[in-house]
Design a protein around this ligand. Structure first.
Ligand code: SF4
Ligand SMILES: [Zn+2]
Length: 347
């Protein structure tokens, strides 16, 4: 095990899962999304599972999804009961996003029989179904099994690539797979007419704001021929993670919203993929934030862009804190990434 792998593992070693009901999903809600160029309703279901297999052995530096996992295998009956509970709030939204805080296609999280039953049920009502998976579970066998079962109009698999740079993915994220693994999985999906969504991580630990922004922009370029959708994922501080460890020591600041705006504008010129960003915890001290005065306005523009792809929404945005953001981009490399987050600093 490398040092970073061991460090990530150390956060789970003595972790005891909270008592949770195996028959209730983590969360379900309705939101807006885009299908065939039109804004439509989407229903999001987060199923509670055993947890991501990678997280159980080590996990990524920024990921605290295991906090909501059972860490023990759930029965097929429990998983289908959860799905049934989730369906009680489903109003035939055209898009259904099925997340597990891990990999939907990992049979140790969701047995194949359960995967197929869930997808066949949704096939009657949804025009698009979106799931997430690590590349190792995107195999010919799995893909063909899904296609035989559900001749869907549109099926999409999201892959948390985070960066096209293998060194950054290995040393700062501890992701456990390579860019080539992503390319192989994405190519297989596209050969089977399945959509590819690629998650890109803004601000992993140990990179400065400028280094991370550059890395995300390069990743947008490098993934242009493999993905249909590029989803920027700004790091937020999740519990029991390496990122939280550093943040507690004032050695990490979540990304600026200005960096997100910069990425969205630049990447739109580099890729034909649909580009979006859901800012989890945006405007909060643990999420991507600016000065506090302009955050709501900027978040609203990011949301609007993510539905319309119109970069004009960013045109009239400005705030005094942009200067501070520029300073951070210019100076942080010189200060070894240890600039103070003034929003937190109350001496
Ligand atoms: S980010 Fe994805 S792959 Fe990494 S530990 Fe979390 S769920 Fe698993
Ligand atoms: Zn501001």
């Amino acid at each position: 095990m490398s040092e970073i792998t061991t460090f990530c593992h150390s956060f789970k070693k003595d972790f005891i899962a909270r008592p949770q009901n195996p028959q209730r999903p983590v969360h379900c809600w309705s939101e807006k999304d885009v299908l065939d160029g039109k804004i439509v309703d989407a229903y999001v279901i987060i199923l509670r599972t055993r947890g991501c297999s990678w997280a159980l052995s080590s996990g990524c530096t920024m990921c605290g999804y295991f906090n909501d996992s059972m860490l023990t295998t759930l029965s097929e009956e429990d998983l289908l009961t959860q799905f049934g509970v989730a369906l009680q709030g489903y109003k035939n939204e055209k898009i259904v996003k099925l997340f597990t805080s891990g990999s939907f296609l990992d049979p140790s999280e969701i047995p194949v029989r359960v995967q197929q039953q869930i997808l066949s049920t949704l096939n009657d009502t949804a025009d698009k179904i979106s799931v997430e998976s690590r590349p190792e579970y995107i195999t010919k066998k799995n893909v063909q099994a899904i296609q035989e079962k559900i001749p869907l109009k549109y099926f999409e698999v999201g892959i948390g690539l985070e960066t096209s740079n293998d060194l950054v993915r290995e040393k700062t994220i501890n992701k456990g797979f390579t860019f080539q693994d992503y390319i192989t999985a994405a190519t297989l999906l596209r050969q089977h007419k399945i959509g590819v969504k690629t998650y890109v991580l803004l601000k992993p630990p140990f990179l400065t704001e400028q280094e991370s922004l550059n890395d995300c922009i390069t990743t947008a370029k490098d993934t242009a021929s493999y993905t249909d959708l590029l989803s920027l994922n700004p790091t937020n501080i999740q519990r029991h993670t390496v990122v939280e460890y550093l943040w507690n020591r004032n050695q990490y600041r979540p990304p600026w919203l200005w960096s997100i705006v910069e990425f969205l504008q630049q990447s739109k010129r580099l890729t034909d993929a649909f580009v979006k960003c859901d800012v989890v915890g945006g405007g909060n001290i643990r999420g991507a934030h600016n000065c506090g005065v302009c955050d709501r306005r900027v978040l609203h523009a990011i949301e609007e862009f993510s539905l319309t792809q119109n970069t004009e929404v960013f045109r009239d945005l400005s705030c005094d804190c942009q200067e501070q953001w520029h300073d951070q981009l210019d100076l942080e490399n010189l200060s070894f990434g240890s600039l103070v987050d003034f929003a937190r600093w109350n001496p």
